[in-house]
Design a protein around this ligand. Structure first.
Ligand code: GH3
Ligand code: MG
Ligand code: MG
Ligand code: MG
Length: 314
């Protein structure tokens, strides 16, 4: 179970919780040749955690996409030179921007226009005069979809935990936050014991079940702001900001006991139990950067295996 907070830790914990939940600002690129459209958009999104970059020159669009990497493009259809439709088609033909949501703004009405807009690859459109509330609502629904898709792409389907790369990125951010606040961070490296044998004896389906269950335990038995990842196969990583290696060991020992009590069932109806081994390191004591810490945690995990498995080494 998550360890109870001392009163003195409570405020810091709440602050970290809020920081962890606060979504980043979404990046929106707007291409419109009239000041009215651009300022309407900037006004409409003010205070909505959206970062707007406005552009007037259609010939600068591709450079601006590369530079700002927006999560949504708002495109004026009536432009001097290439129309919004043309630009839409060009962007859609580039693999890099295949999935970028495009919202068209136009003065044209009618079914013929709407068909042409979607055929050019737009996701949505608005007719002028633009209603601010409607613009914000449409932008946010697109951005929310983008955010959810990105979150899903960062997670492993079987366990729901972070994949290696997103875990590493988040870990680096936590480490530098820890350095600023002069707080420790515990990093645990886990590996299921004799997992090859689990697969061979009880079948792959049962093996997958074990991994999913362990993923769930790691998700529910740690604080929401702790980071958990599936490093690969049957290897997992957990980072606990503000914890020492010793306090992380207490938490992980409870998780190990809980896992050991689970009765899994194999291919032939037989039941079996599993254990894991782990190595734990503490920043900054054992290292400052992610690579050093992971290497040392892995070395301690290796020692746990050599010392008989079902063990946690500091
Ligand atoms: P040790 O106690 O030393 O860690 O032994 P082990 O058998 O757990 O280690 P080993 O690295 O030899 O075997 C890991 C096995 O994990 C081999 C691989 O087939 C299996 N594995 C990796 N990913 C998955 C998966 O997604 N599902 C299942 N069912 N098995 C997996
Ligand atoms: Mg115009
Ligand atoms: Mg392994
Ligand atoms: Mg193993």
């Amino acid at each position: 179970l998550p360890k109870p907070f001392a009163t003195a830790d409570l405020i810091g914990a709440v602050e970290r919780l809020v920081a962890a939940r606060r979504p980043e600002r979404s990046r929106v690129l707007v291409l419109a040749d009239d000041e009215e459209a651009r300022s309407a958009i900037s006004h409409a999104v003010a205070g909505h955690r959206v970062e707007v970059t406005a552009l007037t020159d259609p010939f600068r669009l591709l450079d601006a996409l590369a530079e700002h990497r927006p999560e949504l493009l708002v495109l004026d259809v009536e432009l001097p030179g290439p129309s919004g439709f043309d630009l839409c088609r060009i962007i859609r033909s580039m693999p890099e921007w295949e999935e970028l949501p495009i919202l068209l703004i136009t003065t044209q009405q009618g079914a013929e226009f709407r068909v042409a807009a979607f055929e050019a690859g737009a996701d949505d459109y608005l007719t002028r005069p633009v209603l601010h509330e409607e613009l914000v609502a449409r932008m946010h629904s697109r951005l929310e979809r983008v955010r959810l898709a990105r979150e899903r792409s960062e997670r492993d389907a079987l366990t729901g935990l972070l994949l290696r790369r997103p875990f590493l990125e988040a870990l680096r951010a936590r480490l530098s936050e820890g350095r600023r606040q002069q707080r420790p961070l515990a990093l645990c490296f886990l590996d299921v014991d004799h997992f090859k044998q689990v697969n061979d004896t009880h079948g792959h389906v049962a093996g997958d079940h074990v991994l999913a269950r362990l993923g769930r335990l790691l998700t529910t038995r740690f604080r929401r702001e702790d980071l958990r990842g599936r490093w690969g196969g049957e290897e997992f990583v957990v980072a606990l900001a503000g914890e020492t290696a010793a306090s992380a060991k207490e938490i992980l020992t409870r998780t190990a006991a809980e896992l050991a009590a689970v009765k899994f069932s194999g291919d032939h109806g037989e039941s079996f139990q599993i254990t894991f081994s782990a190595g734990i390191v503490e920043a900054p004591r054992d290292g400052e950067d992610a690579e050093t810490l992971l290497r040392e945690a892995d070395a301690r995990l290796y020692r746990a295996k050599a010392n008989g498995r079902n063990r946690i080494e500091l």
